[in-house]
Design a protein around this ligand. Sequence first.
Ligand SMILES: Nc1ncnc2c1ncn2[C@@H]1O[C@H](COP(=O)(O)OP(=O)(O)O)[C@@H](O)[C@H]1O
Ligand SMILES: [Mg+2]
Length: 462
Amino acid sequence: MSIVTTSETSHEIRGMNLIAAHSHITGLGLDADNVEPLPQGQGMVGQLRARKAAGIILRMIKENKIAGRAALIAGPPSTGKTAIAMGMSQSLGSDVPFTSISGSELYSLDISKTEALTQAFRRSIGVRIKEETEIVEGEVVEIQIDRSISGGTKQGKLTIKTTDMETVYELGAKMIEGLSKEKVVAGDVISIDKASGRVIKLGRSYSRSRDYDAMGADTKFVQCPEGELQKRKEVVHTVSLHEIDVINSRSQGFLALFSGDVGEIRSEVRTQINTKIGEWREEGKAEIVPGVLFIDEVHMLDIECFSFINRALEDELAPIVIMATNRGISKTRGTNYKSAHGLPVDLLDRIIIISTESYNSEEIKAILTIRAQEEEVELHADALAILTKIGEEASLRYAANLVATANLIASKRRSNVVEVEDVKRSYSLFLDVKRSVQYLGDENDELIASGMIKQDDAMEVN
Ligand SMILES: Nc1ncnc2c1ncn2[C@@H]1O[C@H](COP(=O)(O)OP(=O)(O)O)[C@@H](O)[C@H]1O
Ligand SMILES: [Mg+2]
């Protein structure tokens, strides 16, 4: 099997909301040495212990020390668990993959849960591929293009030189197209990738700096290259295992990467790819870059998924798995056993746990201020105070959501500033969970089937 590789990345639609709520976060907010968390930095406020722990994990990831390990961020709702994971993702190197899924998402896809998890795992592992390509680099002396009498096929000759040598190349139709697209003329220094025929204009030769014709104001001058015309050059690009899977599963092909509609990938394809990559690693052509797989609301997974994860972490090609949950002691789905965070014991055994704590009012105020700035909303000091109170009593996320709705109400009355009354209107229009449940319970017993909001689930609506 010949493996196609590409440096394109797929565009992820799912998870947009997840990110929008955290758009103010640009990192973990650690100090210059990336060790101690700043009280406030990169959009992050407080939660110092958890941020420091996340920073340590990040360092281990960068040093390539914890592939195949897992961490769990555990804490009450709205304490920044997802925010910390997003902060970590922002601090990873640009070619380290980060994949984010939510536990409940697995049940809504039209592929099996384990296939969805497999894809998520393989999205989170990068393969850094080194390729040698042969290029021709030099200054163009002359381009000669002949049209055949019928006007169809084109032929031509390219004379190109370095300071040490000069050669004439025959040009095919594809190369002629490349040269004319780049508007290459005599005196340009160009680079041609021999395999793909791609032409890149590097600039104009200094020796031609006196020819004022054919020059714009932005003309870049470069030296005429030295030495051989043909050179070997190493290029490096990183793709995820999943991208390689998709490109090479014949039934879907390249386009599936962009539509996102991948379906199940046959296991033979993956086996072949793993073998091939193993060979490349031995030959020094490829390197594995373990990335991060973030599984939010991990308590939504069932025992089957947890067994899968446990096994996948053993694999030689495993990413770092970071999970988040707001559950304490609870039942693992699909079993009758209760355990810490609803995770099976064998998985608990191999994870490190980071815990998050509820915020005090100062911190809530600071976070709401940052959110308001992010959404370009101007809050009156009293409005901020009341929102902070709401954040403490209902939840931070609810208060953060009120920022946007209160702003809409303010702009309805043509005000640029959100005042207390706007927050109050919005508070009375949009219920938080506690009030919503209470309302349905108190007054509309018949409206809601008694099983619909189970005590257990009501906890997590947030
Ligand atoms: N320490 C923090 N600094 C800045 N923003 C935060 C912090 N913690 C939470 N937030 C913001 O508050 C909201 C709720 O936090 P979130 O991470 O979704 O909580 P959780 O995942 O623990 O339920 C999000 O918009 C998040 O970005
Ligand atoms: Mg969350």
